[in-house]
Design a protein around this ligand. Sequence first.
Ligand code: NAD
Length: 490
Amino acid sequence: MAMMFINGNWADALSGRTYEVKNPANGKLVDAAPEAGKEDVEAAVKAAQAAFPAWADTAPDDRAAILRKGIQAVEAHAQEITALLTAEQGKPIFEASGELHHLVHGLEFYTGLASKLRGAQVPLPPALGKHAYGLVIKRPVGVCVGIVPWNFPLTLMGTKVGPALVAGNPIIIKPARTTPLATLKVIGLLNEAGLPPGVLQCVTGSGSVVGESLICHPAVRRVALTGSSETGRRVMQLAGPDFKRITLELGGSDPCIICPDANVKRAVSGVAVGRYWNAGQQCLAIKRLYVFEQVYDEFMQALLEKVGNYRVGDGLTRPEKPYIRMGPLHTAYQREEVESQLADAAEKGAKVLIGGKRPAALDPALQEGYFFEPAVVADAPEDSKLVTEETFGPVLPVWKVKTLDEAIQKANSSRWGLGSSIWTQNMTWAHRAVREIEAGVTWVNQIHYGYDELPFGGVKASGLGHEHGPEAVEYYVEQKGAVFGGLDWE
Ligand code: NAD
């Protein structure tokens, strides 16, 4: 049975309670994990509080050296970790490898920054004597909590662990209830590389008990959530009264615009990855596609051919080329939700051009899996759930547009504002999209991807603050001003 990692040790829940983690591809048990309660949270927070002063005082180079050793250990166990990730999450093994690579790249990025964080020195007007100056000092915030969803358990854990640790904070990770296993393995390896007890911990269990107890604990100063907008609202309510520092990376309904001069072949590849990677369960997936009428037929023919090449199945296996493996949806609920969103659009007049069903023929060993054929849907009405809700699965609604004004207006007609993209050779149009689309990122002729080097975060209902990039570290430090008076008194 898997164990949590608290105060430098593997631990069961103090209550002894456990829950089962099942494989979404076949419904079989992968492992059991501790069902933590408030008392486990208490133990973890206490350990983090105790670890904070010494970790904050550890030289940045020394923090980086431990992390670097931990990253090497993670790389050395890549096969085991990716197999666990595929078993608990459902994603194909090549996607799990991609996720692990992204985790390692992100941790390396922050490890490299550890000794490069700096404040500022500011000359000040004389008040009592000449040569007064101010300092902007950056100090770690204290005990941090990272709450992670199930769609990218490793990378989204890394986007919190990296900046928190290099800035000198302890952090407690709460993985999604259904995906604790690969996370625990990675957190164990990072600890074994020499992190002091209490600096990096992991408590497993539900959002309502573990998540809320962590957020409400008076000693926790900083909460980073990646999750749905509904959970973000709840986290904000809980963290608000005590003015805790929060960042919220929430849901999205990313628009993508295909212009008449787009490179169709590349755009089709970009859209397919953008919508169907991770079986469409990505915050920054392309969830609304606007194609100019001049290029609509050519684009759609190529897109439907591409989508026809997906083969759903167990993520541990690969189909023959040119077929592309798509894993199951993560839970039964997730599949039912996508089915109901698609049914709603079809009832209101949308045309399902391909897919959108549970596979008719499936290996009997996979009958209990949550498989769903990737779909493309034309002309979903504006009031259909495919437009008004976040579609967290492999369904792509497409509309024909006539002008860039119309495309941008439609792109902005959403309560979310996470990512967005445009495919065009026209620099003026690209600049207009970057300037006018209300979103945290606009990719031009590029897949939707959260680069470690660039800040990533949403506007509107997509969240608050940023992860990724050097900017993310700023959310793990408090800035303090110091003023040194004049030096000419003698
Ligand atoms: P979720 O909000 O249900 O859960 C996310 C995490 O929050 C889990 O660990 C969960 O246990 C915890 N949680 C749930 N309720 C809680 C509560 N009341 N208090 C504290 N913690 C609580 O989201 P999910 O279904 O796991 O993930 C999918 C969602 O995440 C989608 O909306 C997706 O768009 C979003 N997401 C956003 C980003 C981003 O960077 N913006 C990235 C990935 C996923």
